[in-house]
Design a protein around this ligand. Structure first.
Ligand SMILES: CC(C)(COP(=O)(O)OP(=O)(O)OC[C@H]1O[C@@H](n2cnc3c(N)ncnc32)[C@H](O)[C@@H]1OP(=O)(O)O)[C@@H](O)C(=O)NCCC(=O)NCCS
Length: 319
């Protein structure tokens, strides 16, 4: 068995920017409170004509261009999203069609903010076994559609965007190791009912979150899974060039970095500008750091994510 590696990355953020000053006009909050508790200064929100699918297409086109492949070489499309365009068909097939691809496997996975690490792990299995050569993985979210814009405890956090990787075969890693987990006993701490929920707990199709509880579990779980990944890879913390964490909250990011002895200079942070874009957050941050020259070919990059489910995961790549 061979390995998979990242051939190209891409990201897309919608044009509309919502600042904390804008939020001050919508709910009882303040720029200072939001920055102190979350590190978020602004976030991007999609326009009416945009969706996880349309943003996913834009990110995918950039990732395919960066990979140097012809799009016809893509053999599988996996989309991680908690905000699919439709109940069915999947957002992956809608993206496939817009990319002008036909016939390759395309499916969505639902693992909330952990979704992109899940997608990468799934893609890796298909590539390593030789089943599929090139897999396009996308994290795409239109979370603004499921935010309760009157709830100051959640609407300040979430945002829209998409990120994508093209993965392909390699004789050497590439993806060194990845680890995905879930614990459904936490399902009621962070969730969103949908139109087919029999007895919606909230009565609304909005994000419902017990922020404090999520915070505590997130820090411990993320540090644990990162240690698990490094242990499996036989690598020490000091050998990691970059940590690309899920961009939920700067306090969670810095607490995990502290536990991993990673100085913040080696942590990619986009939460200040992007907010929490769920499954899109890791690929968006990774792509930003590739494009501005921070992440270089050959460097070791540790990614981690945590979200509703709870689901969580971590992946170590040699880029
Ligand atoms: C949501 C979060 C920022 C709240 O921060 P916190 O420090 O835990 O704040 P608390 O919930 O304890 O609330 C403290 C006070 O601020 C108030 N508050 C909540 N949201 C506020 C806002 N947007 N603006 C101003 N005040 C706010 C609360 O009502 C509370 O007031 P009280 O003390 O009078 O009751 C924080 O819990 C968090 O980030 N959790 C993780 C969430 C997350 O990342 N989820 C996604 C995971 S993928």
């Amino acid at each position: 068995m061979g390995y998979s590696k990242i051939l190209g990355t891409g990201g897309y953020l919608p044009a509309r920017v919502l600042t904390n000053a804008d939020l001050e006009k919508m709910v009882e909050t303040s720029h200072d409170w939001i920055v102190e508790r979350t590190g978020i200064h602004q976030r991007h929100l999609c326009a009416e004509h945009e969706s996880a699918g349309t943003m996913g297409v834009a990110a995918a086109e950039r990732a395919i261009a960066a990979s140097g492949l012809d799009k016809s070489e893509i053999g599988m499309i996996i989309v991680a999203t908690a905000t699919p365009d439709k109940a069915f068909p999947s957002t992956a097939v809608l993206i496939q069609d817009k990319l002008g691809l036909h016939g390759c496997a395309a499916f969505d996975i639902s693992a909330a903010c952990g979704g992109f690490i899940y997608a990468m792990t799934i893609a890796d299995q298909f590539i390593r076994t030789g089943h599929t050569k090139h897999v396009l993985i996308i994290g795409a979210e239109a979370l603004s559609r499921i935010c309760d814009w009157t709830d100051r405890t959640t609407c300040i956090l979430f945002a829209d965007g998409a990120g994508a990787f093209v993965l392909g075969p390699s004789d050497e890693p590439g993806l060194v190791t990845s680890h995905i987990h879930a614990d459904g006993s936490y399902a009621n701490l962070l969730y969103c009912d949908n139109a087919i929920t029999p007895k919606p707990n909230s009565g609304k199709q909005n994000i419902v979150m017990a922020g404090n509880d999520v915070f505590k579990v997130a820090v411990n779980t993320l540090s644990r899974v990162a240690e698990e990944t490094l242990g499996k890879a036989g690598m020490t913390k000091s050998q990691v060039d970059w940590l690309v964490p899920h961009q939920a909250n700067i306090r969670i990011i810095s607490a995990v970095a502290r536990k991993l002895d990673m100085p913040m200079e080696r942590v990619v942070v986009t939460v200040d500008k992007h907010g929490n874009t769920s499954s899109a957050s890791v690929p968006l941050a990774f792509d930003a750091a590739v494009r501005d020259g921070r992440i270089q070919r050959g460097q070791a990059v540790l990614m981690e994510a945590f979200g509703g489910g709870f689901t969580w995961g971590s992946a170590l790549v040699r880029y």
